[in-house]
Design a protein around this ligand. Structure first.
Ligand SMILES: Cc1cc2nc3c(=O)[nH]c(=O)nc-3n(C[C@H](O)[C@H](O)[C@H](O)COP(=O)(O)O)c2cc1C
Length: 195
């Protein structure tokens, strides 16, 4: 029997049960419907520092800072599917997500400096895929552009195929995404297709 697909949702907003977390849970529910094993993780439950820019990872492919970033990346690397949910703060991806993404510099170094695979056993595993989910309070033109660019870079570093971005403007108050006409159903369906 084939192994169950592992889906991990990483919720980056500090607002627990906020809009992006709700959408991430919808997507995970879709993954479960499709038969996948699921895990939900709040970045707010972990303590990790920003990248020091020390470039030690260019020599070893590993980060020298010992904190929870390792725990989070171990979960991400073990997953076959990644749902990254992170709102727009100050016209970009929220700092909690960006800080983690900067810490993924070790994978960039592994790939492009050391020319080693990020996941050596990748060929023996299901192809890794994922989606990005975001909300923003406004509908300013280009409000999601910077975040999507960063997320594309992150997924590339981690050798995950970014198959969809689900971005919802004009969603501000906590939980107000529940009133959105399509967001919940779209994220549920995206999860079913991932799982
Ligand atoms: C510190 C902060 C900065 C924000 N900056 C923006 C912004 O630049 N543009 C925007 O459209 N919304 C902005 N917002 C609104 C959030 O994107 C919006 O409320 C979103 O739905 C929050 O998602 P969450 O409930 O998952 O945290 C900001 C919110 C906070 C708390």
């Amino acid at each position: 029997m084939p192994e169950q697909i592992k889906c991990l949702a990483v919720a980056a907003s500090p607002r627990k049960d906020g809009n992006t977390a709700l959408l991430a849970r919808q997507a995970l529910a879709g993954c479960r419907e499709a038969g996948a094993e699921t895990e939900f993780l709040y970045l707010a439950d972990y303590a990790y520092a920003p990248c020091r820019g020390c470039e030690a990872c260019s020599k070893t492919g590993r980060c020298v800072v010992a904190d929870d970033a390792k725990v989070i990346f171990d979960r991400i690397l073990a997953a076959d599917r990644l749902i990254l949910a992170a709102p727009i703060f100050s016209m970009g991806i929220c700092a909690q997500a960006k800080m983690l993404i900067d810490r993924a510099q070790q994978f960039w170094a592994t790939k492009y400096v050391l020319k080693r695979p990020v996941i050596p056993e990748a060929a023996l595993r299901p192809p890794r895929r994922g989606i990005y989910i975001a909300t923003a309070g406004t509908n300013l033109p280009g409000v999601f552009d910077g975040a999507i660019r960063v997320v594309k870079y992150f997924f590339k570093m981690l050798e995950i195929d970014l198959t969809g971005t689900f971005c919802y403007p004009r969603v501000d108050a906590k939980g107000s995404v529940k009133d959105h006409p399509t967001a919940l159903a779209e994220c549920l369906q995206a999860g079913r297709e991932l799982g």
